[in-house]
Design a protein around this ligand. Structure first.
Ligand code: R5P
Length: 305
């Protein structure tokens, strides 16, 4: 197995290689004045199972193209197989037509990935569990939630019954998944509405799964990703109005667009936990942020698959 890193999250490739007790290779990359990119593999890969580690995060379009070029270069140079480790899959929220006249952007991206020699893909906490069905190649779908559960267990007393909250009904499956790892936890979700044209969200109602009153001392909001931070902001404001005490936020993918870091830092919460599925640059880090690494999970899965 030979590990290659794209340029979107070199630190993660470093962590995976370290966990596997091996090294990783970076392709050569040249960006032309008109922004075309040229990549070149300088390692011998004949007969190798090549792994590309490259989350499809911002700049999403550039990272997707770069991934395809690296995969093509690996196959042309004789790699026996190419596995793409894309812990964050770009365009995953555009997996179907929401309004007449739209493209299914994710399907187009999948066709690109599949047409350039990638034989298998590994992803984390997809927005929808139906996404793997859109691929023709095998998909290894992992979750950072065991890591989150481990962190939560270290924060609460054994007798505490944590409340796991999804900021929307769509995420209830995720909250259930996390609560399975946390004995005695209660589950709730916030009924919200989003304006598709402006993107603005409004929290309407808190639905506690077993209908019980909220007595939890520790509340954990869980989501797949934080982009603008709008969803989390509304959820926190809403829970605070309902009298919930200490709140921490767990989300796998730190998309962190616009002024999300500042917005999250200013919330009345203890902490925001994300993973390194997307590299969080220094200018996007903030005191309440803690980044948990999925490098070990990726390494373990690569050993098995
Ligand atoms: C929505 O369905 C997703 O699970 C996330 O809640 C959403 O994408 C987060 O976006 P934002 O941070 O911009 O509200």
């Amino acid at each position: 197995m030979k590990i290659f890193s794209g340029f979107s999250n070199i630190k993660l490739a470093e962590g995976v290689a370290l966990s596997l007790g091996t090294k990783y290779f970076l392709p050569e990359r040249f960006v032309f004045p008109d922004k075309e990119v040229r990549v070149r593999i300088t390692e011998k890969v004949v007969g190798e199972n090549a792994i590309i580690i490259q989350p499809q995060c911002a700049p999403v379009n550039e990272n997707i193209i770069e991934t395809c070029f690296i995969a093509d270069a690996l196959k042309r140079n004789g790699a026996a197989s190419v596995t793409l480790v894309a812990p964050y899959l770009g365009y995953q929220r555009q997996d179907h037509v929401f309004r007449d006249g739209e493209a299914v952007s994710l399907e187009v991206v999948i066709k690109m990935i599949e047409s350039c020699g990638i034989d298998k893909i590994m992803v984390f906490d997809l927005h929808s569990i139906k996404i793997p069905e859109l691929f023709k190649i095998p998909v290894v779908h992992l979750s950072a939630f065991p890591l989150f559960a481990q962190r939560i267990r270290s924060m609460i007393h054994i007798t505490d019954k944590p409340l796991i909250v999804s900021p929307d009904r769509g995420g209830l499956r995720r909250a259930k998944q996390l609560s399975k790892f946390l004995k005695g936890s209660s589950l709730a979700y916030i009924e919200k509405s989003r304006d598709l044209a402006t993107g603005s969200v409004e929290a309407k109602e808190l639905k506690v799964e077993d209908g019980s009153l909220i007595r939890a001392r520790n509340t954990f909001i869980v989501d797949d990703m934080i982009s603008s931070g709008g969803t989390i902001l509304k959820a926190v404001e809403f829970l605070k109005k309902k009298g919930v005490g200490s709140i921490s936020v767990f989300a796998t993918h730190a998309v962190f667009s616009q002024n999300a870091p500042m917005l999250l830092q200013d919330l009345s919460i203890d902490k925001v936990y994300v993973t390194d599925s997307i590299f969080t640059a220094k200018n996007k880090r903030f005191p309440k942020l803690e980044v948990l690494s999925i490098a070990g999970m990726i390494a373990d899965s690569l050993k098995k698959n």
